[in-house]
Design a protein around this ligand. Sequence first.
Ligand code: FEO
Length: 397
Amino acid sequence: MYKLKEITDKVYYVGVNDRTKERFENLWPLPHGVSYNSYLIMDEKTVLIDTVDICYSDIFLKKVADALGGRKLDYLVVDHMEPDHAGSIRLLKEEHPDLKIVGNKIAFGMLDGYHGIKDGLHEVKDGDTLSIGSRELKFFMAPMVHWPEVMFTYDMKEKTLFSADAFGTYGTLDGGIIDSEINLQRFWGEMIRYYSNIIGKYGMPVQKVLGKLAGVEIKTICSTHGPVWREHVQQAVGLYDRLSRYEGEEGVTIIYGTMYGHTEQMADAIAFGLAENGIKNIAMHNVSNVHASYILRDVFKYKGLVVGSPTYSNQLFPPIDALLHQMELREIKNRYVGYFGSFSWAGAAVKRLAAFQEKIGWEQVGSPVEQKQGMKESIYEACIALGAEMAGKLKNN
Ligand code: FEO
């Protein structure tokens, strides 16, 4: 029944769209859903690359059966054991009991832990190959991109890289599967958001695997989420390279908390100072109204960051505190940072932002601005000056 998209010669897309889940990992908003991509190679041997979330196993198994057209499934390659991709393995194995599962030692430990599967395993190590007829598959270990068992599978004939989560995006595939068939406008931002939310902590492992792949010709990238990359392979790899080196574009993320609007007035004055001095990319986030998912995206995207917080119970405003923790967790490097804050009777926020800046080791730009109660001209001018200094720093970068 299913018409299945042929991605490259005899490689079919058998993934599914999830427009039901509101949050990925029950954490990260999915306004445009998410796809779980799986691919079936129909060579002398039939090989499935990854499965899908168990909620979609019914439609997935039907797609695989249609693509197989009565042939048996010889191999399942497990590139990643996170349940959004490995959730349907047990059901697949029940339907195809002779199936051989190809993966590494760590994946097999997880396979046993999640599904109780111990038999019919074919273990591979970094650089191993598997002949499946007219083509060979080569395996590149990619630990911590995003879990320790992650590996990439490379179709040496079609020069296609099956890259697990890497190069993936949020957002469903609404008809088109390959980048050339899709208006990509929203997917680039969603690739940065996915990276910053899910993989952001693992810049070094990403650099390591990019290094391994440096001499490998890649014509197509099949990630487990979002579009298949063919026209934009270099752009996708370039973006991952920049993100994993924590290299920011010219622009500033302003993050502030505000209870009654006084700290927000400071943020507006800083933005004015930035714009007056030529910064066009300004991402302004009221931390109480914007999910951390989007703020982290912009912190990864832009080189400049300005953080502001009211003093709250002699501490930082709680959502600012939580967000700083998220940034620290991701070990974000190489940012210029300015900060500001406000208080009504005893100031603590600016002191605490200074302590955070020192701990994380970003380069401080401009003089911190601290406001007592309402806005005064001297504070307003100091905020504009902070914006101007940040702009100057970015322009001279
Ligand atoms: Fe899409 Fe790390 O799972």
